[in-house]
Structures are given as C-alpha cells and as structure tokens.
Design a protein. Structure first.
Ligand code: BGC
Length: 402
C-alpha cells in the first residue's frame, strides 16, 4: 500500500478528452481534410473516433461513477462556427448539454475552447498569419461564452507551444534565435488570441481562465545550460510568461527532453534516448518524475501562479504500468506542493482510448473503447484514480523530490 497525503479541500480529480480525438466525424475541420487528402501522410484517419458526440452522457456517467469530480473536454470550433461569422445555435446547444450533463452528475466541467483543430475556413485565410486572427478567436470565445453559465474553469487554448512547433515559419528571418525553429511571429499571434479570449472570459465574472502549456522538462547535458535555455524559450517559457496575470495555468506533462550537442547547423538540440531506455507506446521515455518537475518550473517562471494539471498520462497496453506511472507522477506533484507549488487539481489524460493525432494505437485511456461497437470498458486504473479522488488523497513515494 502506497503512503498518501491529503489533497487540499476542493481539489479537482478528473480526466480529460478533446473533441477531435473523441467525438468522431469532425468533417468541417482542416485536420479532417488533411486526414482524408489522397496524398495524406497521416497514417490513420479519425473517422467515428469514440462517437462521444453521441455518447458523452455515458462517458460522464462512467467518470462520475468511479468517484472523479471533474471532466475536461473541448468545444469544437469547426462545429460552432462552420463558416466565418456563422454561428451554429444547434451545436452551441449540444455543448451546453454536455456542461449540464456534467452538472447533473456533480462533475466540475473544465471547458477547453480550442484543442488543436480549426475550421476549414480558418486555414484557407492564412490561419495564425491572418491579420485579424486574434479578433476572430475573440469572436469565437465570445460565442462560446454564451453557454458557460455555472462553469468555473475554462482553458482558452491547449498547448499553444505545440501549435507553434507545428506551424512552419514563412521566412528564415521569422525564425529568430532557434534557426530552424518555432516562429516568434506565430507565437505572438497565438498569445494575442489568448489575451483576446481572456478579456471576454474575465467579463463573465464567474470563470477562472487560463491556457494550458505542454511542459517538456528541458534538462541540459552538463555545460549546455545556455543552449538549453535558448532552445526552451520559444518552445515553452514564452508561453509561461504570457500566462502571468491569468487566473491559473494548465500544466501538461508526459516526459522530459535533454538538450545537448548535435551534428546539425545549430549545433545543439534534443538528445536521442540511450539504447535500452524504457519506452511507452508513443515511443517516449517512461519518466514519471516529469510532472513534479514541470510544476516546479511553471511555478518558478510564472511567479507562483495557481496551477491545474490539465493533462498527464501514459500510452500503454499494460494498465498496471499506467497505475505505476501515475503513482510516480502524483508523488512528484505531492512533493512539489509540499515545496510551495499551488496545484488546484489533477486531470488525467485520458478518460478514453482515443484518436492520437494519426493513429489509434497509443492507448492512453482509463477506459478502453471498442473500435467497432464503441463499447466502453473501464480499466482498473479508473477505479484506482476514482478511489484517490473519493478519499482526496495523493500518493507519496520516498525520494520523489528531484
Ligand atoms: C495533447 C493531446 C494528446 C496528448 C498525448 C497532448 O499533447 O494535448 O491531444 O493526445 O498530448 O500525445
């Protein structure tokens, strides 16, 4: 039996999903277009996903029945605003029903406005390079704000730093310090959109809002600290700095990245994992301490902001391994909290086995989903996490301070 410490009263215990990964048939999104393009490099299309567009009630009931207290899901922009400036009242009502279903089960909804996918029209007019990108996102935030009655937690944008990495810079001069690397122009455009959404959400008065950043736990090969810091800035720290003044920041953590010498033009970058490194189904290093370290780094860069773990989890075919990984991650979180990090909740990624951006093979779910029938089968890890939630206890493991 693992030792535990009490979590603060009101601590959120939950699980997360995202629209494109679970709803199915997100046909008006540009990701769908790319998945089904004849020359697509995406190995597997999303198709029906988990059919959560219709089965969200079952998903929320499973989560609540296990003892969890919070559900993070995302609203799909491509459904709510199918053409620029055209709002679908029916789709807004759909997302309102999801919020109300959470409330009926005593579940605190954590609503993400944007989780990676865009309407087709957005890409067609230049995406983040459009001069009115922030205004358009502000309009979308305003649209969704009409269904947020009784909602206390909103994530504006999921992993803006990963989106920047996936948006190729248009010119070399745009690339700044990390040639080749993420574009500061795109980073600033996304930050502008976040601030526009924050202005809207602040106006509601009852919502705590912020964005959620992918924390990559950048470590340096000894002597390569300056290069690590340069690598890290436009990939992480800029986005943490932009959160200062928000109500909270979402921390998303899976693994670490070690920066050191490379053979390419830049001369430094991520180091390959050594032969024999224990890996997960995504090929990532099995590294449970990442979460505690991500929280400490976020605490430090943001000046001690309230944090919500909006994602943490593991792709594995072995559920006992999921429990081990999560025990280690939670122990790292408990140690960070004992050292002063203000953590308000833990939302596991993911509630369901879902569409992992190109493949259904990496299974992150507390609940397995049959790909043909969509039948949900809870894994033991769901009951395990629900039990911690019911008792409001966080596991601690000797030596989990970094
Ligand atoms: C994303 C999720 C994704 C998960 C695992 C995060 O980067 O927000 O959409 O499924 O990591 O790869």
């Amino acid at each position: 039996m693992t030792a535990t410490v009490p979590a603060p009263a009101g601590f959120l215990w939950g699980a997360a999903t995202a629209a494109h990964q679970t709803e199915g048939n997100n046909v008006n999104s540009s990701h769908w277009v790319n998945e089904y393009a004849p020359d697509s490099s995406i190995p597997e299309p999303s198709g029906d996903a988990c059919d959560s567009y219709h089965r969200y009630g079952e998903d929320i009931a499973l989560l609540a029945g296990a003892g969890l207290t919070s559900y993070r899901f995302s609203v799909e922009w491509a459904r709510v605003e199918p053409e620029k400036g055209v709002v679908s009242r029916a789709e807004l009502a759909h997302y309102r029903r999801i919020i109300e279903t959470c409330q009926e089960h005593g579940i605190e909804p954590v609503v993400t406005l944007h989780h990676f996918t865009f309407p087709r029209w957005w890409d067609a007019r230049g995406g983040w390079y459009a001069s009115d990108a922030a205004d358009r996102f502000g309009f979308y935030a305003e649209t969704v704000s009409t269904i947020l009655d009784g909602v206390s937690w909103v994530v504006t944008i999921n992993e803006p730093n990963m989106m920047v990495n996936q948006t190729p810079a248009r010119t070399d001069t745009e690339q700044g310090v990390n040639l080749p690397g993420p574009s500061p122009v795109v980073a600033q455009a996304i930050a502008g959109a976040h601030h526009a959404a924050m202005d809207v959400l602040r106006g509601l008065g009852h919502v705590r809002a912020g964005w959620s950043v992918a924390n990559q736990v950048f470590q340096a090969v000894p002597g390569w600290e300056a290069q690590r810091d340069a690598w890290q800035y436009w990939r992480e720290d800029y986005f943490l700095e932009q959160a200062r003044g928000d109500d909270f920041i979402g921390v998303q953590s899976y693994l670490r990245t070690i920066i050191g010498p490379t053979e390419d033009e830049l001369g430094y970058g991520p180091q390959p994992w050594p032969e024999g490194t224990r890996r997960t189904l995504t090929g990532w290093e099995y590294y449970p301490p990442a979460l505690g370290q991500a929280l400490r780094h976020t605490h430090q860069v943001t000046g001690g902001m309230p944090m919500l773990v909006t994602e943490n989890g593991i792709a594995t075919a072995d559920d006992a391994c999921r429990i081990d990984y999560t025990t280690g991650a939670l122990a790292g979180m408990a140690a960070a909290m004992a050292d002063g990090c203000d953590v308000r909740g833990y939302l596991h990624w993911s509630l369901l086995d879902n569409y992992e951006w190109g493949s259904y093979a990496p299974t992150f779910g507390l609940v397995a989903v049959d790909r043909q029938s969509f039948a949900r089968t809870p894994r033991p890890s769901l009951a395990w996490l629900g039990d911690l939630a019911r008792r409001n206890l966080i596991p601690v493991v000797a030596g989990s301070r970094p």
